[in-house]
Design a protein around this ligand. Structure first.
Ligand SMILES: [Zn+2]
Length: 456
């Protein structure tokens, strides 16, 4: 692969000290960033590189999403029979647990394809997925991995273990996690070692997991050297269940079962109290905030600023909404202000930090067990991954390092993304998807989703 020099744009470095380099350029070599600086200087230094003109737009690190469910693709526009669900347990029982039970391996694959096209269009270069298909468990993570590999983005996969479908499903889903994780060390090891695919041990949530199941999963994950990906206190019913049945808060219960830790992801944490926040910080467990999903399910507002202040690493995910992370950033920015009736809540720079730096820490923690040389993501720096997006964004007001997050929130959208690169490979150029056939994917998904809706 010859060197690629992306120039004639404003380079946004991201990272701890975000810098904007006007008339900047980035040199890509072997899947990583080899140099960045002024356009003129790099052009002189690397005359043989293939030059890509950013046409005065932005050259940015790719966006990251640290909690989602590819299998939710077929839920778009789906009606829930009968009266509208009144609360979160009813939403799970009448929507999600009926949809996931109807999924075949073919549906799973087609759902992932839909998300791949959406991710690439939205400039998302790495996604952390959480999967469930209780009647098509075996091979489901391979079906997802195949779709992800074809699309060319980075992804971390997990199958959600849950007691809700009985002993056979528990055993089958544990086997699926453990088999797939092992395959990343032998079989699919090249994809894992190059930092394209990783896995964590999937668990649904405290209220659907018995102590016996948690113990068995903890032993399995420990043996395989991975952390967990689990929903934590998403709704108050999760805390109520844990207090009633185990006389423990959810986080305390999970800590007692060795589920927490620096490689684990606790999605949501809407109802955690200060004691639980302390345990999440102490165990260095990662948390993922999903504001659009929380608002949609009316489960409440996660104490995100409290968690960040206590030292918890909180990232940002889409939880089955579209892959448009710029929309998720806007939702995060707005939700806390309204809920707290305080316009000072959740400033733009904090949203930016969650979406890039904190998400990058999560991605690093879950990819590194499979790839010792995993490159930095979420920033453009020498040696970092060449996961780059180009945006057609021309600021109508002054734009600086300091106010950049507010330009993102108020001015930019996923629709500004015109090109997406992962590991030095273009997945979209000038809005043309290069690795997936969007029209074919949508046609196939429409066909399969209609059949699935009828089976539900
Ligand atoms: Zn979720």
């Amino acid at each position: 692969m010859s060197d690629i020099l992306i120039g004639n744009g404003t380079v946004v470095t991201g990272g701890e000290h975000n810098q904007l380099i006007e008339h900047g350029a980035v040199l890509v070599r072997g899947g990583r960033i080899a140099a960045l600086g002024s356009d003129v200087a790099l052009l002189q230094q690397y005359p043989g590189a293939h030059y890509i003109d950013a046409h005065g737009g932005l050259i940015m690190p790719g966006l990251l999403c640290t909690h989602t469910h590819f299998y939710s693709a077929f839920a778009r526009g789906m009606a829930v029979a009968g009266e509208a669900p009144r609360n979160f347990p009813e939403i799970l029982e009448r929507l999600w647990w009926r949809l996931d039970k109807a999924l075949t391996l073919e549906d799973t694959r087609a759902s992932v394809d839909v998300y791949m096209a959406d991710a690439i269009r939205s400039g998302v270069t790495c996604v952390v997925d959480h999967h469930a298909s209780p009647n098509a468990i075996e091979g489901s993570l391979d079906a997802i991995a195949d779709a992800v590999e074809d699309a060319g983005i980075r992804a971390c996969l997990a199958y959600e273990v849950s007691d809700r479908d009985g002993l056979e499903a528990i055993a089958g889903s544990m086997r699926e996690n453990e088999r797939f994780i092992s395959s990343l060390r032998a079989g699919r090891s090249e994809l894992a070692q190059t930092g394209m695919i990783s896995a964590s041990y999937g668990l649904h949530a405290s209220f659907t997991l018995s102590s016996a199941t948690l113990e068995r999963c903890a032993a399995g994950a420990d043996r395989l050297g991975v952390g967990f990906h689990i929903h934590v206190a998403e709704d108050i019913s999760d805390e109520n269940d844990s207090m009633t049945r185990y006389q423990k808060r959810v986080v305390e219960r999970l800590e007692a079962h060795l589920i927490l830790g620096p490689r684990s992801i606790a999605a949501h944490c809407v109802h955690v109290n200060s004691g639980e926040i302390g345990r999440l910080a102490e165990t260095q467990t990662n948390c993922v905030h999903n504001p659009r999903s929380n608002m949609n399910n009316a489960v409440g507002r996660a104490p995100v600023e409290e968690m960040l202040a206590a030292g918890v690493n909180v990232g940002l995910g889409t939880d089955g909404f579209s892959m448009n992370m710029l929309q998720e950033m806007k939702a995060a920015y707005l939700l806390h202000k309204l809920a707290l009736a305080d316009p000072r809540a959740m400033p733009g720079n904090l949203v930016w930090k969650m979406a890039f730096q904190n998400n990058a820490r999560i991605v690093d923690a879950i990819f590194r067990p499979f790839c010792a040389d995993f490159p930095r993501v979420g920033e453009l720096s020498v040696g970092a991954a060449a996961d780059i997006v180009l945006l057609d964004y021309v600021p109508p007001t002054p734009m600086s390092e300091e106010n950049f997050p507010w330009h993102m929130i108020f001015g930019m959208d996923g629709l500004h993304v015109n090109s997406t690169m992962v590991a030095g490979r273009w997945l979209m150029r000038n809005r043309q998807l290069l690795t997936v056939d969007e029209a074919r994917i949508a046609a196939r998904a429409r066909e399969l989703s209609q059949a699935l809706w009828q089976r539900m």
